[in-house]
Design a protein. Structure first.
Ligand SMILES: [Zn+2]
Length: 193
């Protein structure tokens, strides 16, 4: 899947999680940093791709990307498994605890969960692509849905661009409209007061 589809999926999963587990109150700082963490989480597994947007923004560009690619075992390997994702989430938690003193009014637990949801959404979305995802590494099995490869999505092709991506945006708009009272309440409590 492309970066923008992963971004849209991450925010959709975050919205769904908030509907299932509503949180009583958060500071505006927590909300903004949680959304940022969610978006970063949504594209983090693709740091194993030399062409990832993440690497393109660095001065040495894909050179560093290629080295990381080798270290992580190539695309769709370690960072696309439960073990790899857990390791990344552990590092993210460590980083948040380290950064907490400079952002004391941020609920780092909620920010961390937003990041975890972002990573989880990435692996779930990639599972629907032709390549599949090696969820169970070190077991060398790539899992995909549906099980028949021909029915899965090809990254960056028409189905992703014209159905999956717009579908996620429409779903987001629907979720906001459906839970508009909660969105308004949040805006009144945290943005307009
Ligand atoms: Zn991926």
């Amino acid at each position: 899947m492309t970066g923008r589809t992963h971004d849209a999926a991450a925010i959709t999963f975050l919205g769904a999680a908030l509907i299932i587990y509503p949180i009583p109150s958060v500071t505006l700082a927590t909300a903004l940093i949680a959304i940022l963490a969610n978006q970063i989480g949504g594209i983090t597994p693709d740091i194993d791709q030399p062409t990832a947007p993440f690497w393109k923004n660095l001065p040495a560009e894909s050179f560093i990307g290629r080295i990381v690619d080798k270290l992580l075992g190539g695309h769709r390997f370690l960072t696309h498994s439960i073990i790899g994702a857990a390791a990344i989430c552990w590092l993210a938690h460590w980083l948040l605890v380290f950064l907490h003193p400079i952002m004391p009014n941020v609920n780092i637990s909620l920010v961390w969960w937003a990041f975890v949801i972002g990573i989880g959404s990435h692996l779930i979305m990639d599972t629907f692509t032709k390549e599949g995802v090696p969820w169970l590494l070190p077991l060398p099995v790539k899992i995909g849905l549906p099980p028949i490869k021909e029915f899965r999505i090809t990254t960056g092709k028409a189905i992703e661009s014209f159905i999956i991506f717009p579908g996620l945006i429409v779903l987001d708009i629907y979720l906001i409209a459906r839970h508009y009272d909660a969105v308004l309440l949040f805006a009144h409590t945290h943005l307009l007061s």
